[in-house]
Design a protein around this ligand. Structure first.
Ligand code: AMP
Ligand code: ZN
Length: 112
């Protein structure tokens, strides 16, 4: 499949890995929007949040178990933001479900 994040997970495209377990992979965003900008993705390819369902949602639970561990490892003691862009209106550019962890500075209070 022609998916850049699947290629990152399998290692054929390099990434700056920050966390990995059985079902989750996390790496630094190539175009960081904050001092800490990590992308957390399921190893299983899901195109977006729209594809999450009863059969596959365990990988999302695993992502949300990983996020506080990643935040602690990144030193985000003062808080952080988690974002997932889904579809056109949210400007999703990579069609593999991913969660942005943003932190390391005071973030803007306006989300949209
Ligand atoms: P989104 O707009 O939510 O789909 O976010 C996709 C994110 O993936 C953007 O923040 C990009 O900077 C990031 N990105 C794209 N290609 C790579 C890559 N090869 N390595 C790391 N991050 C990437
Ligand atoms: Zn993929």
């Amino acid at each position: 499949m022609d998916c850049i994040f699947c290629k990152i997970i399998e290692g054929s495209i390099p990434s700056a890995k920050v966390y990995e377990d059985e079902s989750v992979y996390a790496f630094r965003d190539i175009n960081p929007m904050a001092p800490v900008h990590v992308l957390v993705v399921p190893k299983k390819h899901l195109a977006s949040m729209d594809e999450v369902n009863e059969e596959n949602s365990e990988c999302v639970a695993a992502i949300f178990r990983a996020i506080p561990k990643i935040a602690a490892a990144e030193g985000l003691k003062n808080g952080y933001r988690v974002i997932s862009n889904c579809g056109e209106d949210a400007c999703q550019t990579v069609k593999h479900l991913h969660f942005h962890i943003l932190g390391g500075k005071k973030l803007p209070d306006q989300m949209a």
